[in-house]
Design a protein around this ligand. Structure first.
Ligand code: ADP
Length: 177
């Protein structure tokens, strides 16, 4: 075996995904229950390009994926143009609007900007298969699950960095570009 093939066969998605054990938790949105203000705070306190959407913090069951850019544009537009949307408005990614208190502010529905079937692999998927999927589907990122619970995320850059570490080579020369 070439050293690279050896690496490809021995690394698993869990070895490459973020967050690492010492990192802050994965930044996720819940499909209901968060306010416009809370979503803005989460997005603005990080620099991630996207956020998984889960059923609830407890379940960590994956519902979809939203891009940072689309979130910021949609919230900004709604605040300017959509009557009644304020910081306390609930952000909703579900199909149907959940029951709210009669005096609750107008909710902001954002299901339309969510990717409903983001690509996922399980934590023990070999990296050679994951890399193949990234290449063939032109993915930017992929989510990692274990028993249906969201565990982490792998971006194209994470893969390049990991491969460079393993091969001790220039990341740009290995996989893409
Ligand atoms: P890139 O890897 O191209 O810089 P990002 O800026 O989205 O893309 O991600 C930066 C790092 O943060 C990557 O290591 C990625 O795995 C991780 N990451 C991406 N999205 C999230 C998220 N929602 N929560 C926690 N970590 C994330």
């Amino acid at each position: 075996l070439e050293p690279k093939e050896e690496f490809e066969h021995s690394s698993l998605a869990v070895d490459v995904m973020r967050p690492r054990r010492s990192d802050p938790a994965l930044a996720v949105l819940t499909q209901e229950g968060m306010t416009v203000g809370e979503v803005e705070t989460l997005v603005e306190s990080t620099h991630y390009s996207g956020f998984p959407v889960v059923v609830s913090q407890e379940s960590q069951r994956l519902v979809g994926f939203v891009l940072r850019r689309d979130l910021l544009i949609s919230i900004d537009n709604a605040r300017k143009r959509q009557e009644g949307v304020v910081s306390a408005s609930q952000v909703i990614f579900t199909e149907h609007t959940p029951a709210q208190a009669a005096d609750a502010p107008t909710p902001l529905r954002l299901r339309g900007i969510m990717d409903l079937s983001p690509f996922t692999v399980t934590d023990h998927t070999p990296m050679d298969i994951t890399v193949d999927i990234f290449r063939k589907l032109g993915l930017r990122q992929c989510l990692v699950t274990h028993n249906g619970r969201l565990l982490g995320i792998i971006t194209k850059k994470d893969i390049l960095k990991h491969m460079a570490q393993m091969a001790n080579r220039d990341p740009d020369s290995i996989l893409f570009n």
